[in-house]
Design a protein around this ligand. Structure first.
Ligand SMILES: [Zn+2]
Length: 63
């Protein structure tokens, strides 16, 4: 396992970060599963549903 952590606020998945690069929250958890890759914020229906503001990897399920 890597030390990937998902943000509880916006679901953004980061590696080795103490704060979320997407929203700045420090509420990160290693207890997550499943992810989606958002490659375009403007043209992604999934991105709109998740409310993402930047491209990247997002956790589907956060415990
Ligand atoms: Zn975040």
């Amino acid at each position: 396992m890597t030390n990937e952590k998902a943000c509880r606020v916006c679901r953004y998945v980061s590696v080795g970060a103490e704060t979320c690069p997407a929203c700045g929250s420090n509420d990160l958890t290693e207890q997550w599963s499943g992810f989606v890759i958002i490659t375009s914020v403007e043209n992604s229906e999934l991105g709109k549903i998740l409310g993402v503001k930047m491209t990247g990897k997002y956790a589907v399920r956060i415990k």
